[in-house]
Design a protein. Sequence first.
Length: 317
Amino acid sequence: MKHASHKAAKVSSQKFSLAKALFSSGKGTHSIRSVRAVQSAGDDAAVLGLDPAVAAKINEIAPQTRRSIRQAARAAERRSHILASASLAALVGTAAGAIAFASPEEDLTLADNATTTTQIKRVSDVSSASRSEARSDLSSSGTQSTSTDSSSSWGLSNSEGTLDTNLMNRNTARNSVVAALMDQDQGSIPAGFNPNHDAGKNQNTYPWGQCTWYAYQRRTELGLPIGGSFGDARSWANSASSRGYWVDNTARHTGDVVVFAPGQENADSYYGHVGVVEKVNSDGSIEISESNYKGLGVISTRTFTAEQASTFQYIHY
């Protein structure tokens, strides 16, 4: 019995010395890893002679391996993400519930730096009126009212005179030169005159150098076209009148065609003669330009007194 007890005490002493060596060894971590390895292998710490509870306690306070540290960090990060997601979901749910049960009259507009919202409000003051506001009588506010008596007549102005249709001639004349001349002739234009009448053939078909050839050319230069098929000079007044031209015995403007009867003022005894008025003087005398009075194709001028001028016919426009 003594021998058996002596051996048991000796074994216990060896086991304690081995455990003490593990903690006092300079290898430190390596020794404690050996303790874990032994314990995880289910050896019941037989080699070290440690009680299992003591070995578990050692493992709790022993330094961890690098792998264990990384695994613990990942686990902590996952727990943090889960907690953050749960907190955000709870916050969104709370906000949605508050919006759903909020009063319609409350302003729940979320702030947005990129969007500017302008609220338009109706401004009511003493100078404006709406359908829901009372209106005052215009007669009591000093505002002049307009009569709608059906017995009165309409007018374009305050003048008691009737509308002068001649004032509309300029607007209806397509030829700007004719329109300007008509403005100067207000009160003298024949009733019913049409400034846009037919001018006849738009081509100079008269023999070169003749008086009719020159009259056509000169009128075209002045912007007052004349018919290209009026016949001999003696028939120009009638041809023009039949096409709507204003024809009379008064010289009015530069560009009027002066028509000489056959034999009048040295005109041809059969064909007659035509010229173009260049100037109407204040005393009624006129100055004309003409061709073939001094020779075929020769352009010359003459002056006639007011008495002589009153005997000719004139084609205006």
